[in-house]
Write a new protein. Structure first.
Length: 581
């Protein structure tokens, strides 16, 4: 093998790894919604979890990526450790799909239809279709489809380039001696683990082994231990991803490592016993691409069959290795590990935003209650909830901006933009809750009292604001445009109420029924209540806009609805309901 063959090998390896990487990323984006649906249907059942892990890994072509996702899920509270164990086991089987795809390169037949199955036959057409989709289609999903096809074509081209570059090694004695050395099972396991740890992908590592197999110097006796070691090496990615995570996430990463170490140790011991006792003849035969794919699948299936009944043992083992601490851990609301799967990262953002919305709504309702009957406990609760919404806005805003800079689908991009808009409204609602609370404290501390007429008026507008808050919260949580459409007419009624109450207040001031100090507080109350309704309208408008696939705010939709008969009818109904009498 000369210097130029070495350059070709390096280039082929680079293209192979690059193709696998971009294909996996594009597959993740295209399969984002399906991945989210799988997660939602996930149960604690062993078989369900196993099939979920198998299916997800078969789609994204990387057990490492699946395990990193699982570590992120556990760290964010989306999944418990028992569910994670089953998924990790399924991921080890799903990752064998890549080897089967790569084995197509070993097809050799004069039959036309069989030859068409060879990647060298159909890869150029896939590359051609891929570049058309990628360059000439504006739809993000079609562009991702193009990236998948281009990634696969690049991967296969790199595989063939590697195979051609090493084909001359079949006659090099030193290369042959190297694989004779790997017939020592322990050395083979260490070699497989080391290579996979470096490139952090067992699928890629198996692909490299398949490329070397074309030399005819790689026997099954050497290939099988290397395949066993590759399962251990792939754990490095998950172990690195667990650094800084909570204890359950670290346990999930350790489950991956323990599963592969224990499984490899058991089957390696059986392999070492069978080989001298039975002397299987096939172990000395040159390994083929299909043979390596078979060995990879059989080994991972056998490991899973052996370890699946021992999932409880694995759970206890990692609990001992990562014991519970006396100090409770801070809950990790948003985890950057989920960036590997943007759709699920976005789902987690939506969950945190939902918590923020409910917290803000609760704060405002407690502040309204404090106007009726003030208590220090209620005041402390409102301020605590406002602090919580501030924290949520900070972490969500940063997380969503970082997520938006990554390659995500159009649907996910719109959802991220919607959440970025809404979290500001939720935070401001909580701020208005504190403002209302401070008005209640001012009335109490200064010994001020509102007139009985003002009390009745405050009860009417407070009820209207409480109702509009419930409508906008429901519209957001359920992503319901019909409920969102009920918000705007009520917001306009609240605007009218504010002006009516302001006018009535001026009349009371002129008659001397209301003090100036109480009057200033009254005006502050009206302002905060009306602005709360404005933020509810913004939230409902965002729900309507995203339903209609537009992010032009919601002014145009508001104008259309305000001119419709349905809007006017709802407006009149609200006027009757919230009459001042």
């Amino acid at each position: 093998m000369d210097f130029f063959n070495m350059l070709t090998l390096i280039g082929g390896l680079s293209l192979f790894l690059f193709g696998m990487n971009i294909m996996g990323q594009a597959l993740e984006r295209r399969a984002g919604g399906q991945l989210r649906a799988l997660l939602e249907k996930l149960t604690t059942g062993k078989l369900t979890g196993l099939l979920t892990g198998l299916g997800v890994t078969a789609v994204i072509q990387s057990s490492s990526a699946t395990t990193v996702m699982v570590v992120g899920f556990v760290n964010s509270g989306l999944m418990n450790l028992k569910q994670a164990i089953n998924i990790i086991m399924g991921a080890n089987i799903g990752t064998t799909v890549t080897a089967w795809i790569l084995s197509l390169a070993g097809i050799d037949s004069g039959n036309l239809f069989v030859r068409l199955l060879k990647p060298s036959s159909f890869t150029p057409m896939l590359a051609f279709l891929g570049i058309i989709f990628y360059m000439f289609c504006k739809n993000a999903k079609k562009k991702d489809t193009g990236m998948i096809l281009l990634g696969f074509a690049t991967l296969m081209f790199g595989m063939e380039t590697m195979s051609e570059a090493v084909s001359g090694l079949r006659n090099v004695p030193a290369f042959q001696q190297m694989f004779v050395m790997f017939k020592n099972p322990v050395l083979g396991v260490l070699a497989g683990a080391g290579l996979t740890a470096i490139i952090q992908s067992s699928s890629a590592s198996v692909g490299i082994l398949q490329a070397l197999a074309v030399t005819g110097q790689v026997s099954y006796g050497a290939a099988i231990p290397i395949i066993m070691g590759q399962n251990i090496g792939t754990c490095v990615t998950a172990m690195l991803s667990s650094v800084g995570a909570n204890k359950n996430a670290r346990r999930a990463a350790l489950v991956h490592l323990s599963f592969n170490v224990v499984g490899t140790a058991v089957w390696l011991a059986i392999f070492c016993m069978i080989r001298p006792l039975l002397h299987p003849a096939f172990l000395d035969e040159p390994a083929s691409l299909v043979g390596i794919a078979v060995a990879h699948s059989v080994f991972n299936v056998l490991c899973t069959i052996f370890m699946l009944p021992l999932s409880g043992f694995l759970e206890r083992l990692v609990t001992i290795l990562v014991p519970d601490t006396k100090q409770p851990e801070a809950f990790e609301e948003l985890d950057e590990r989920l960036f590997a799967t943007p759709s699920i990262a976005l789902e987690r953002c939506h969950a945190v935003a939902a918590d923020m919305a409910e917290t803000a709504a609760a704060a405002l309702k407690e502040s309204l209650a404090s106007l009726r009957e003030f208590s220090p406990e209620l005041a402390a609760s409102v301020r605590k909830k406002e602090d919580r919404t501030d924290h949520c806005e900070d972490i969500l805003g940063t997380y969503l901006v970082n997520l938006s800079t990554r390659q995500i689908s159009e649907t996910d991009s719109r959802e991220a933009a919607k959440l970025l808009k809404m979290i500001g409204d939720f935070e401001r609602i909580a701020d208005h809750a504190v403002n209302l609370l401070e008005s209640a404290e001012e009335l109490r501390n200064k010994g001020l009292r509102l007139t009985s007429a003002a009390d009745r008026e405050l009860a009417v507008i407070s009820t209207a604001v409480s109702d509009i808050l419930d409508l906008s919260l429901t519209a957001f949580l359920k992503n319901d445009p019909d409920t969102a459409a009920l918000v705007e007419p009520l917001e306009q009624v609240i605007d009218q109420l504010k002006e009516q109450l302001r006018t009535r207040h001026i009349l009371r001031m002129q008659k001397g029924d209301c003090t100036i100090d109480a009057g200033f507080t009254w005006l502050d109350l009206l302002t905060d209540l009306e602005r709360t309704a404005d933020h509810c309208s913004n939230i409902a408008g965002c729900v309507i806009d995203t339903t209609h696939d537009t992010m032009n705010l919601h002014q145009s939709l508001r104008e259309v609805r305000s001119g419709s008969e349905g809007f006017q009818e709802q407006f009149r109904e609200y006027q009757r309901k919230y009459t001042l009498g």
